[in-house]
Design a protein around this ligand. Structure first.
Ligand code: ADP
Ligand code: MG
Length: 288
């Protein structure tokens, strides 16, 4: 299956999850079967969308849109089960203290298992994943790099046998720009933008990945500059008007810094909404 994989990353709190959900929603609305994947042990979307349960197995949230929660541990377990075919054997394997100790110290093994699962569709390896698109609400910047580095690291450590072979195939897959798309979400603010640009450059130099930047929560000021200047003569509005003016200038500066870095750039406004599905569909409406 020629499955497309989208990775959404960025500094914590910038709107990574909301943008990932929006991208997944948008793709699902074109008729593709989409799987939104959260990484880790705890589901953010369970609380955000008020869902009954979110687990390893995909659950449908909307037409063409399912959600799953994958951790290193659950991905390893499923893979071992797939290889061994007999669940009781894999339980034995995983609940064994020696095996657990190995899993806990083998550098990058959980990350490798996650990447193996994410790329299992195009690599045609592992249990079937019947989706046209996988959108990953991935780890934040530093941990995200560790996720991408794991296959290469393992391929260098274990050069022969199936482990080396699988690691190389995952590594090839994540560098394939036809299969994998990368989106770095940031705020139009100095520190998150700096971190996003650094990550973009690292992805470029280490993996030849050309990631897109998404400047999220851009404040769209619905009044003219003249109105704001006028408001400055009103003592009640003066501080607020000055703040808005300052904010708007900074935002323009951040946008021009981002533009200098790449033309693979999108902006998403800050929506004055509180309902999660409204926020997500508003963002989806603005994504290219
Ligand atoms: N463009 C936006 N407009 C309005 N609210 C947003 C927007 N992007 C994100 N949010 C809200 O900001 C909060 C943080 O976003 P979230 O996606 O959880 O960040 P992250 O996953 O990067 O930690 C959430 O409550 C989310 O609904
Ligand atoms: Mg999140």
């Amino acid at each position: 299956m020629k499955q497309e994989i989208h990775f959404v990353t960025g500094k914590g709190g910038v709107g990574k999850s909301a943008v990932a959900a929006a991208l997944a929603l948008k793709l699902s609305q074109t008729g593709q079967r989409v799987l939104l994947v959260e990484l880790g042990d705890q589901s953010f979307f369970r609380d955000f969308f008020d869902l009954p349960n979110v687990s390893f197995q995909p659950m449908q949230m909307r037409p063409n849109l399912s959600l799953a929660l994958w951790s290193g541990d659950t991905c390893l377990r499923e893979y071992a089960t797939y290889l061994i075919k007999v669940e009781s054997l894999s339980k034995l394997f995983f609940d064994n203290a020696v095996m657990r100790a190995f899993i806990n110290v083998a550098p990058g093994l959980p990350e490798l298992a996650i990447m193996g699962k994410i790329t299992s569709g195009p690599r045609k390896h592992g249990p079937p994943l019947p989706f046209d698109c996988v959108v990953v609400d991935a780890f934040a910047t530093g941990h995200f790099k560790a996720l991408l580095e794991a296959p290469k690291g393992m391929a260098q450590a274990v050069q022969f046998g199936p482990m080396g072979e699988q690691s190389r195939s995952i590594d090839r897959c994540i560098r394939d720009s036809e299969l994998c798309k990368y989106h770095i979400v940031t705020l139009p603010e100095e520190l998150p933008l700096k971190e996003a640009i650094e990550l973009r450059n690292d992805l470029k130099s280490e993996f030849s990945i050309d990631a897109e930047l998404i400047l999220n929560k851009m404040l769209e000021i619905p009044v003219s500059d003249e109105k704001i200047v006028q408001a400055e003569s009103d003592p009640n509005l003066r501080d607020f008007a000055l703040y808005l003016q300052h904010h708007s200038t900074r935002q323009k500066e951040m946008l021009s810094i981002a533009k200098k870095e790449t033309d693979r750039l999108q902006t998403v406004p800050l929506f004055f909404e509180t309902d999660p599905w409204k926020i997500v569909s508003s963002i989806a409406g603005r994504l290219a």
